[in-house]
Each structure stands twice: as structure tokens, then as C-alpha cells.
Design a binder for this molecule. Structure first.
Ligand code: TPU
Ligand code: MG
Length: 563
């Protein structure tokens, strides 16, 4: 085939390249093989072959986090797609524009009433697409090569505009069919605000904030997805307000900024931070998501009457909402209208607690999570990215003080355990200049452990801590039972299994402070992936997990309402 011919597959490859995708994750299957051949023709894109589709989806999630842009994952029809579904639902929850591409049945199959493999054995081929429609912003099937360009372009535009995943299914006999070459166009991000609504919202916010005695700013998780981090920083600089971050927005605001107080997470937030936020007479929350997890089971106590919420597309005041106002534009315009006021910041400084330095024990001291995290704190540099898995890692990770430039990733909205192994793979590919430090509990690791082999395969260099505490400690603190104990593994030995003949991974097992110190020293200088298994007592967990678990457990345990 001549290079100038465009096929449906090569069209998709070109468009992915145009929007900044350089790698795609996936698993082959007979329904997508021809499509993958077409993709491979484009040498500016690299396929990353994963062990399974769920992990490939998590990798695409991590890649989108690392690059801030879209990512792509390729699977086969139905068996691949349905395995991917959970990761795509996570991307939806976390505002990540992952483009999920599946092979599909031959276009003749439906007309011929053909019962197909990989299906439910009934003559309905649309069920994977219909299932994806629930967890994506757009789910389409491409069966006609003439339609393909506008269908692909529309789906890509939707993903970028709404910061949500999309699903594109391409019939297996269409992937190599000839279609239009990609014509010049741009793929814009979110649209801009309604000018009048924006103006009124800014005026009202400025009036209220300038009249407040001790206003406070709180950063929320939507700040990054809707590209408003720098506008938020400017607002903080210009207003002089004290700033807190919600837990799922950790690292979106520079933790070394002089106005930064810490994490606002009700009773389990940074010391002093909750008191200042909850005693403020007006709080501006920028891009928040208030869920049972991010509010510690609704234990946060900000009075809604003292709150302005700047959401992705609207601004909500007590009793009044301005629609079609974009977060970044609102913050940018508001910054120039605010009078400086550092009253809340001065109050915080008066009550601020000095973090007392932890003294290391003798090398033989059995490891505790506090000693472990004191050492992880020492490892952080501006190019570190911490990926904290659901579990006690959230609570220990949240207490790390991030140097300027370092980043922090959690999947707190969706909270699907095992996410971080795939996400670490994708993040490492998407941000080759950063060194990810993954914090993973043993229970979570058991869901997706095999993807460490892909991390080894592509010579990536994350440092993965597997916290071996013998079970699902986070669940123990919400509601305990025999189901929270897991089968022990020799986690460190897995690296040998995955290395086989050609891998460069190394691993350590640390039960004492001395062993951990040696392991970290070796890990930092190893030019390849490292897994450090740390042995932690089953009952050793962060005090904040105990408090949070109590609140979340209580919230889950509310009795049904009587009629
Ligand atoms: O440090 P630790 O022990 O708290 O973490 P570990 O060992 O990773 O345990 C995590 C326990 C856990 C479960 C079983 N956290 N949430 N779940 C429920 C759950 C089950 N399946 C999925 C896919 N996601 C979940 N969150
Ligand atoms: Mg555990």
C-alpha cells in the first residue's frame, strides 16, 4: 500500500498524533489485529503491550495524568472491552480524556445473523458499546469508512471538550478500508464562558469576599482537569488569603507557597487547617467535589451559607447560581478584583503546630509506617510524583510535604484498588523525566501485580513500595471481618519472576529500619524499576485512617429511612 493512502486506522492514528498522544496501551485480539497493523504503520506512535485490558486502561489513566492531555487504549471486542470498562469508568470519575478503541464484528455479521465468538451468544452486537455509553461522554460504532472521519473527529472533540473518556468501536473489516485523509482543523478544549454570566458572577464574588473579615481559599480536584491551576495560584498571590487543598487536589497548589496551610479534610486534615477553614466567614472553594470520602463521611463542617463554589462550568452562591461560567476564567477575572486580606493566614500562623522530627531507631528496630514515611519524605525531589493507592497509603501519603514541582496522584473519586500499578506504568511512559514513587498496599497490589512485568519490559524506573500488612487495613477500620485477611505473598520475589532473562528490575524486602535504609539507598541509585516490600504490623496504621474509617463506616451504616 502506498504511503499516501489513508485508511480508517491510519486516520485515527494521525488524529491521535495531532492531539499529542505518543503512546497507546493495549492488548491484541482477532477483532483489532488489522486495526493494530494500521496503527503500527505510524512510527511516531508507540504501542505499549499490557498484560490485561484493565491494567491497560489504568495505564491510559496514568498517562493522561502525566501529560495533562488525552491518552488511548486499544482492545478487542467484548472480552477486551468489558475488562477495560472498570478503568474507563474510573477515568470518567477522574475527568481524564481516555480514548478507548475496540475492534468490532465484521459488518456482514449482523445482516447474516451470525452468532459470534466473544459474545453472549445472542444476536446483539451492540451491548459493549451500550455499556460504555454509561461510562463515557460518547460511545460510537464505525461501520462505514466514509463516515469514519467525522465520527472519529467528533468523539475526539467530545473527549477534549468535556475531559471525559470516549469509546470508539471499529468493525474489523473497516480498519484498513480507505477513507478521507485528515483535513486541517483544531481540536479545542473547553469552550469559553457566557460573558454576562461571567461578569455578574465575578462582581458578586468580589463584593462578598471584599466584605468578608477572614476569607479563605480551598483548592478542589477539578482545578487541574479544567486547566485552572495557574489562575488559582494568581488568585492566592493577589488576595493574600490562606489556602487549603482538598485531599483529592493535593499538589495542585504549591505546598511550599507561603499561604499554604495544608489539607482540608475535616477531622483528618492537616493540624489547624480545618479550624481555620471552618471558622472563616466566607470560603471560596475552587473546583471541589464533596463526597463521603473527600469529606471524611461528611464530617467537614463548612456552613453552605458561608461558601462560594466555583465549579467547572458554574459558580454557586448561597441561593444563587451563575451558569456557563468557566472555572479558569472566573478565577482569573476575580483575582484582579480582590482586596488583599491575610487575616485568616495570620490566624493560622498563630495556631500552626511544628511538625516534630521523628528520630530514627537502631537499625534492628521493626519498621513502622511513621518511620517508613519519614524516609519517603526524605526521598522527595521536585521531579518526584507520588502515586498513592486506596488504603492506608492515602493517609500516609497525604501527610507528605511536597517540594515545589513534585506531584501527587490519587484516584480518590473512584477508588478502585489495583489502579496504581497500571497508573504507575502509564505515568512513567507519559512523564519520562519524573521518577514515580508508588505507594501500594498488599491487598491492592494483588489485583494488578502482573503489570510490574510491563514496567520491567519497557525499562521504566519507578520505585514501588508494597506495604505488606497482611490484609485490607482500610476496610478493617471501616468494618472488620474475616474477609479482610489476605493470602501472604513473597512480593519481592515477583520481580525475579517478571525479570525472566532480560529484565532489569530489582527488589528488596525490609522488616527493619536498617533494611529499609539499605533498600532505599540501593533503589535511588538503581537505573531501572525497583520494588521494595515493607513488612508492617497488621495493626499499624495512620491515626487519620482510624478517624476517617469511623466516620465513613458510620455514614455507610445509616439505617434505611422508615416510611
Ligand atoms: O494499606 P491497606 O492495608 O489499607 O491497603 P490494601 O492492603 O491495599 O487494602 C485495600 C483494601 C480495600 C478493599 C478490599 N480497599 N477498598 N476495598 C474495596 C474494593 C474492592 N475492589 C475494588 C476494585 N476496589 C475497592 N475499593
Ligand atoms: Mg494491606
Amino acid at each position: 500500500m502506498s504511503k499516501s493512502v489513508t485508511t480508517v486506522g491510519s486516520y485515527l492514528a494521525s488524529r491521535l498524533e495531532e492531539i499529542g498522544v505518543q503512546h497507546y496501551f493495549g492488548v491484541p485480539g482477532d477483532f483489532n489485529l488489522v486495526l493494530l497493523d494500521q496503527m503500527l504503520e505510524n512510527e511516531r506512535l508507540q504501542m505499549i503491550s499490557c498484560c490485561n485490558e484493565l491494567n491497560a486502561g489504568y495505564a491510559a489513566d496514568g498517562y493522561a495524568r502525566a501529560t495533562g492531555g488525552p491518552s488511548a487504549v486499544f482492545v478487542t471486542y467484548s472480552v477486551g472491552g468489558l475488562s477495560l470498562l472498570n478503568a474507563i469508568a474510573g477515568a470518567y470519575a477522574e475527568d481524564l480524556p481516555v480514548i478507548a478503541v475496540s475492534g468490532g464484528p465484521n459488518t456482514n455479521s449482523e445482516a447474516e445473523f451470525e452468532t459470534l465468538h466473544h459474545t453472549l451468544g445472542v444476536l446483539d452486537y451492540d451491548y459493549p458499546r451500550a455499556m460504555f455509553a454509561k461510562v463515557t461522554a460518547e460511545a460510537i460504532t464505525i461501520r462505514d469508512p466514509r463516515e469514519a472521519p467525522q465520527q472519529i473527529d467528533h468523539a475526539i472533540q467530545t473527549a477534549l471538550r468535556f475531559r471525559k473518556p470516549v469509546y470508539i468501536e471499529i468493525a474489523c473489516n473497516i480498519a484498513s478500508a480507505i477513507t478521507s485523509e485528515p483535513t486541517a482543523r483544531s481540536f479545542g478544549g473547553p469552550t469559553s464562558s457566557d460573558p454576562l454570566s461571567l461578569k455578574c458572577a465575578v462582581e458578586k464574588a468580589a463584593e462578598l469576599l471584599n466584605a468578608a473579615i477572614k476569607p479563605v481559599l480551598v483548592s478542589g480536584v477539578k482545578l487541574r482537569a479544567f486547566a485552572a491551576e495557574s489562575q488559582f495560584h494568581k488568585l492566592a498571590d493577589q488576595s493574600g488569603y490562606a489556602v487549603a487543598s482538598m485531599p483529592n487536589a493535593k499538589s495542585f497548589f504549591d505546598e511550599q507557597h507561603p499561604h499554604y496551610m495544608g489539607t482540608y479534610w475535616g477531622p483528618v486534615g492537616s493540624p489547624g487547617c480545618g479550624e481555620i477553614v471552618e471558622s472563616a466567614d466566607l470560603c471560596l472553594f475552587a473546583g471541589p467535589m464533596f463526597t463521603d470520602y473527600s469529606t471524611a463521611g461528611h464530617a467537614t463542617l463548612v456552613d453552605p451559607k458561608k461558601m462560594i463554589q466555583a465549579l467547572a462550568n458554574s459558580v454557586v452562591f448561597p441561593g444563587q447560581t451563575f451558569s456557563n461560567v468557566k472555572l479558569a476564567e472566573f478565577l482569573e477575572h476575580l483575582a484582579v478584583e480582590l482586596k488583599p486580606n491575610n487575616t485568616a493566614l495570620a490566624a493560622y500562623k498563630r495556631i500552626q503546630e511544628d511538625a516534630t522530627a521523628l528520630t530514627p531507631g537502631v537499625p534492628e528496630t521493626p519498621l513502622s509506617t511513621r518511620q517508613l514515611f519519614a524516609r519517603i519524605q526524605q526521598m522527595l525531589t521536585p521531579d518526584s510524583t507520588v502515586l498513592a493507592e486506596t488504603g492506608d497509603s492515602w493517609f500516609n501519603g497525604m501527610q507528605l510535604e511536597l517540594p515545589t514541582g513534585s506531584r501527587f496522584e490519587v484516584q480518590m473519586q473512584y477508588g478502585s484498588i489495583g489502579w496504581s500499578v497500571g497508573a504507575t506504568l502509564g505515568y512513567s511512559i507519559g512523564a519520562p523525566d519524573r521518577r514515580p514513587i508508588a505507594l501500594i498496599g498488599d491487598g491492592s497490589f494483588q489485583l494488578t501485580a502482573q503489570e510490574v512485568s510491563t514496567i520491567i519490559r519497557y525499562g521504566l524506573k519507578p520505585i514501588i513500595f508494597v506495604m505488606n500488612n497482611g490484609g485490607y487495613t482500610i476496610e478493617v477500620e471501616i468494618h472488620d471481618g474475616p474477609y479482610n485477611t489476605i493470602k501472604n505473598w513473597n512480593y519481592a520475589d515477583l520481580v525475579n519472576v517478571f525479570n525472566a532473562d532480560d529484565g532489569n528490575g530489582c527488589s528488596f524486602k525490609a522488616a527493619t529500619e536498617g533494611e529499609l535504609d539499605d533498600a532505599i539507598k540501593a533503589a535511588v541509585s538503581h537505573d531501572g524499576p525497583v520494588l521494595i516490600e515493607v513488612l508492617i504490623d497488621r495493626d499499624d496504621c495512620n491515626k487519620n485512617l482510624l478517624v476517617w474509617g469511623g466516620h465513613v463506616g458510620k455514614n455507610n451504616g445509616r439505617p434505611p429511612r422508615s416510611r
